[in-house]
Design a protein around this ligand. Structure first.
Ligand code: FPP
Length: 238
């Protein structure tokens, strides 16, 4: 891109990883890592607002995560519920709009109710959209989009005439959300783990050995500084 490109990403997405290992290293249960991970969520949210980032998305729970021990799944859902209940004032103060995307049919009615309430209460907040991906996977998203498109085409075959790649975006759960400019993964793992497979086609990747509970403002600023040094060409030559 031209040198005039703004170096602050519009959309940062994070694969929060390493909570379990962080806790084990301290001789604690895995859930202790998740608990401390919530503090990192708060830190990166605040820093995103401070940096003028417009979208921050977090891979909080994948479709595959349902296969973890029932006790851990239960704890994570409870933690999600508590965080949602406790964050209202903070989100309002920082002007953050809260959104949950994913296979919400798998979440409990209580959790879905709390999510809907917080989404409604924060919908006009102007500074940052915080997207929490819950029960999400990239392949699931593409499949549900393909199903919606197939249904639309059954009703009106002309839907397929001149269908462009950008038109498919509208069937994904992220419709209206710009693709992530930067995807960060913590804890030293270097893979996409069925995350934003379609949307991440041209994302910059940043991997760090820092475990998620330790990923606070300073570590985040380092990732953003690295992004600012990247040269994005989108397959073109300069
Ligand atoms: C990855 O660590 C983390 C998760 C699967 C859960 C992330 C959830 C939170 C930080 C809690 C709440 C989130 C919000 C948005 C309020 P891991 O368990 O895979 O760690 P490991 O790789 O060391 O086992």
């Amino acid at each position: 891109m031209e040198s005039t490109e703004k170096k602050v990403p519009q959309h940062v997405s994070i694969i929060m990883d390493g909570n379990g290992r962080w806790a084990r290293e301290r001789g604690k249960e895995r859930v202790y890592g998740h608990l401390n991970g919530v503090e990192s969520v708060r830190a990166v949210t605040e820093e995103s607002v401070a940096q003028g980032i417009k979208y921050l998305s977090l891979y909080a729970f994948s479709e595959e995560n349902w296969n973890r021990p029932q006790e851990e799944v239960g704890y994570l859902m409870e933690l999600m519920m508590k965080s949602i209940a406790g964050e209202f004032e903070n989100l309002m103060k920082n002007g953050v709009r809260f959104v949950v995307l994913g296979n919400r049919a798998r979440l409990s009615a209580t959790l879905n109710g709390a999510i809907d309430t917080l989404m409604e209460q924060t919908k006009d907040n102007p500074n940052l959209t915080l997207i929490v991906f819950l029960s999400y996977s990239g392949k699931w998203d593409i499949l549900q989009a393909a199903k919606k498109l197939a249904l639309a085409a059954v009703n009106d075959p002309h839907v397929l005439d001149n269908l462009q790649i950008q038109d498919f975006d509208d069937y994904l759960v992220t419709a209206g959300v710009p693709d992530p400019d930067l995807i960060i993964r913590t804890s030293g793992e270097q893979r996409i783990s069925n995350y934003l497979l379609w949307q991440g086609a041209y994302s910059e990747f940043y991997f760090t050995d820092v475990m998620w509970p330790d990923f606070r403002k300073e570590a985040y600023r380092e990732a953003l500084a690295e992004y600012a040094r990247r040269d994005r060409r989108y397959g073109k030559v300069k």
